[in-house]
Design a binder for this molecule. Structure first.
Ligand code: FAD
Length: 377
């Protein structure tokens, strides 16, 4: 029986991309999101060509180019001397090589653009999934407010602590890395004219900080760190870090880093979690997508990008037709090797620390990749 109705749990970047692509291609989709509202909270996001190719298919590329910063390079420098370890040219050089741009933007702007590509009536906020079950005729969901819903199939795009993953694979908390990300955006005017690089990762012995602009006018600056703090395990968009503690953590870093941290009034603090690749991403009528199935540390800036790629591959497999199990195992088989490789490369945190061939990441075109063969069921 072919799939008609699709429930997506989670209106994050992966869930919204999947919803927008599936709706445009005739599937009836409903998205259930636990948050009561969406907010533009201080975070930047890098979107490389492999993700932009999918955003392009949703008609969002032009709007995002207006909102985003297109840097000339991704630089990697020593934490103290500033000596260049490796500089990857971006801008026109990158775009000519990969056929799509490398964009740096506010995460809230990307999320809002994706939300704008989805039928707003199909997204239900304040719906926390508590339980999901399946039988031969479909999936049934039960939410924290006591309501319930049904669909032919369900996509768990519910992030690193995915309830849907737990249903498929049992309880197992993601691994806390012992490290935290301080991150925020703030007005560039607070730098009082002090010039900073377009986009630089400053590599310290046991910590790093990435700093870039998130608007074409260079009027908003973003940074994100990775700092050892084994006592802090909270992931919350409302948890603020102590700026004195943060500045102390980067004492002795290059003046550019210290100037940015001096100028910045406040930052959020986010514990970093990861998992090893999962044994499987789907079971029957239920499949996982994005951080729900391959959460990773953000050291390649590919977490959202791979979630976006997943969404496109899911669409392709659904368009090929077949029952849920056929479609979902094919989706998993077409995606898992790549997502796992990115997950593991991120884990080692060496990406771009020396001369790096990035073709396998940025040259990937999810629309052209051969689909894995159908499994015999
Ligand atoms: P999420 O964004 O986590 O979305 C999951 C959604 O599901 C949420 O809205 C949540 O509220 C909802 N949800 C959860 N449980 C339930 C439930 N039970 N019921 C209903 N709804 C539920 N990636 C990049 O590509 N580029 C970057 O530059 C980049 N920088 C990063 C920097 C940091 C510090 C971090 C931590 C991550 C970064 N990432 C980056 C990774 C990226 O943020 C994630 O990989 C991406 O957000 C995953 O998207 P997702 O939709 O799978 O999950």
């Amino acid at each position: 029986m072919s799939i008609k109705t699709v429930a997506i749990i989670g209106a994050g970047i992966g869930g919204l991309t999947a919803a927008a692509l599936l709706q445009r291609n005739g599937f009836q989709v409903r998205v259930y999101e636990q948050a009561k509202r969406f907010a533009r909270i201080g975070a930047g996001i890098q979107q490389s060509s492999n993700a932009v190719r999918v955003l392009r298919a949703l008609g969002l590329e032009d709007a995002l180019r207006q909102l985003a910063f297109r840097p000339q390079s991704w630089n990697n420098r020593e934490w103290d001397t500033g000596a260049v370890k490796y500089e990857l040219p971006l801008g026109d050089t990158f775009e000519q090589r990969y056929g799509a741009p490398y964009l740096l933007m506010h995460r809230g702007d990307l999320h809002a653009a994706l939300f704008g590509a989805v039928d707003p009536d199909s997204v239900q906020l304040d719906k926390t999934l508590e339980e999901v079950s399946q039988d031969g005729s479909g999936v049934a969901m039960r939410f924290a407010d006591g309501s319930s819903a049904q669909a032919d199939v369900l996509i768990g795009a519910d992030g690193v602590h995915s309830v849907v993953r737990e249903t498929l694979l049992g309880q197992e908390a993601p691994r806390f890395t012992g490290r935290v990300a301080y991150r925020t955006t703030f007005p560039a005017s607070l730098l009082d004219g002090y010039a900073i690089d377009d986009c630089t990762k400053w590599w310290g012995p046991d910590r790093h900080i990435v700093i870039y602009y998130v608007t074409p006018r260079r009027d908003e600056v973003y940074f994100v760190t990775s700092v050892p703090e084994p006592e802090w395990r909270t992931e919350s968009w409302s948890a603020k870090g102590d700026m004195d503690q943060l500045r102390a953590a980067f004492e002795g870093f290059h003046p550019q880093v210290r100037r940015v941290l001096e100028a910045c009034p406040e930052a959020y603090k986010w514990a970093l979690y990861e998992r090893d690749p999962l044994p499987r991403w789907s079971e029957g009528r239920i499949a996982l997508l994005g951080d729900a199935c391959h959460p990773m540390v953000p050291y390649m800036a590919q977490g959202a990008a791979t979630a976006i790629e997943d969404a496109a591959m899911l669409l392709r497999c659904m368009q090929e037709g077949g029952g849920a199990e056929t479609v979902f195992t094919r989706y998993e088989d077409s995606r898992k090797a790549r997502a796992s490789q990115i997950q593991l490369t991120s884990h080692h945190n060496k990406w771009m620390s020396t001369r790096t061939d990035p073709d396998w990441v940025y040259g990937y075109d999810v629309w052209k990749e051969p689909l894995a063969p159908r499994r015999a069921h």
